[in-house]
Design a protein around this ligand. Structure first.
Ligand SMILES: Cc1cc2nc3c(=O)[nH]c(=O)nc-3n(C[C@H](O)[C@H](O)[C@H](O)COP(=O)(O)OP(=O)(O)OC[C@H]3O[C@@H](n4cnc5c(N)ncnc54)[C@H](O)[C@@H]3O)c2cc1C
Length: 388
């Protein structure tokens, strides 16, 4: 491990590696990323990795849209593979949420995002396998889909290394040293790295890393469950990705014969001791909701599953900012269920903030550190906050 660096990043998930790559693109290559385990071993490796633009706020909608452009041209823009598959994305809500849906679609439309409201009649052409019911309302994003979180993370890492960055694995950060109000060094199990800039991108562990420095951040880990299902390909060769707000779960295809389903209550848990498996009663309930939405899935069967952590903030949106009061300290944290789809533009905007002092690509000030104490939180159109 090097003993000095211009920038040190704590955390080798999709956020840390995207930032490492984008710093390189801006010419900052004397960089070091420290990961306590291996790349993608945190929330990233457990992600459903759905890429959609349906959000209630312009800042996240536009970041998701611009990120989608990067995922679908990953080889040209970044290098390596993202595993992106275009499936189309359907949002389904009940009458209670129909005003919010219409508002979100028109906001997205104004940003140039490819989305539209659709009716049951439209779905007969777009996605005839999907059943919708009276008093349900829908929006459709033809270009959305999913990607491979591990491939994206490692591709960013490989390209960053080619530009000169160093990645040190199985090397936990134990402290970040501050003197005279500025970052001085990052200390790890292997030694000490002098640096003027440290970025905390440690996913669910960020609260602890920053807390050790006396910086309190309102992060709460929430468990989210995922099931892998074998789908009856004879009856159902394909289906789109669906954000089923009406039934509080989501699903997407996973390759040619599998379907990946995300579900479960918003359960606050301890990040070291939570149940990383699946609750079979919750899984059975989600599977019956899936058959309600796609009747052919009645013949699907459960192959296995896992749980991972959403790192939530009070408004379920990330904090992208310099940490007030400590010069040279930055954070990119609190991504809830959104961090994967936003990750390409998180790297772009955070690199701009660090190198140029302001993010010119997208105005990320709505995601500033102090918004919670200022009472200026982002709002969601929906009570199902995974789809905020
Ligand atoms: C089940 C599930 C489904 C999801 N589905 C979607 C989805 O469909 N679409 C979407 O956009 N998002 C989704 N998300 C959210 C998305 O995956 C996360 O927001 C994103 O992966 C967060 O990335 P990260 O790099 O911030 O955190 P992480 O991937 O957790 O990375 C943080 C890294 O920091 C390391 N670390 C921690 N402490 C230290 C330390 N002291 N020293 C060194 N390293 C340290 C950890 O080992 C870890 O590798 C999902 C998440 C889960 C759990």
């Amino acid at each position: 491990m090097k003993s000095t660096a211009d920038v040190v990043i704590v955390g080798g998930g999709v956020i840390g590696t995207s930032l490492l790559f984008n710093l390189g693109r801006l010419g900052v290559t004397d960089t070091l990323l420290l990961e306590k385990d291996v790349l993608g071993s945190g929330s990233t490796g457990r992600s459903q990795a759905i890429c959609r633009m349906h959000y209630s706020n312009p800042v996240t909608a536009i970041m998701a849209w611009e990120s989608l452009g990067i995922f679908s041209n990953f080889k040209e823009v970044v290098g390596g593979e993202s595993g992106f598959v275009e499936t189309g994305y359907l949002v389904v809500v009940t009458a209670d949420d129909s005003v919010g849906l219409a508002r979100n679609v028109s906001m997205q439309y104004g940003l140039g995002i490819d989305t539209m409201r659709v009716t049951a009649r439209d779905l007969e052409d777009i996605a005839p396998m999907v059943a919708v019911y009276e008093d349900e309302f829908m929006a459709w994003e033809p270009q959305s889909g999913y990607a491979d979180p591990y491939m994206v993370t490692t591709s960013y890492g490989v390209r960053a290394r080619e530009m000169g960055a160093e990645i040190s694995l199985r090397n936990p950060v134990t402290s970040i040293e501050v003197g005279s109000g500025r970052v001085k060094a990052v200390v790890t199990a292997e030694g000490r790295v002098e640096t003027p800039i440290a970025v905390v991108a440690a996913g669910p562990w960020s609260k602890q890393v920053l807390g050790d420095m006396g910086v309190d951040v309102p992060l709460v880990p929430v468990r989210h469950q995922v099931a892998s299902l074998t789908r009856p390909v004879d009856k159902l060769p394909l289906h789109p990705t669906v954000g089923d707000i009406a039934q509080s779960f989501s699903f997407r295809p996973d390759g040619n014969s599998l379907t990946m389903m995300g579900f479960g209550p918003e359960e606050e848990v301890d990040l070291e001791t939570y149940n990383q498996g699946v609750d079979m009663d919750e899984m059975a309930s989600a599977l019956s909701r899936l058959a309600n939405r796609i009747p052919a899935m009645e013949d699907a069967y459960f192959r296995g599953g896992w749980s991972g952590l959403f790192t939530t903030t009070p408004d379920w949106h990330p904090i992208l900012d310099a940490v007030p009061g400590i010069e040279g300290l930055y954070c990119a944290i609190g991504f809830s269920g959104h961090g994967f789809k936003l990750s390409p533009m998180i790297g772009v905007t955070m690199a701009e903030l660090i190198v140029e002092g302001v993010s010119n690509s997208v105005d990320i000030s709505p995601l500033r550190f102090n918004r919670f104490e200022e009472g200026d939180m982002l709002e969601s159109s929906y009570r199902y906050r995974v789809l905020a």
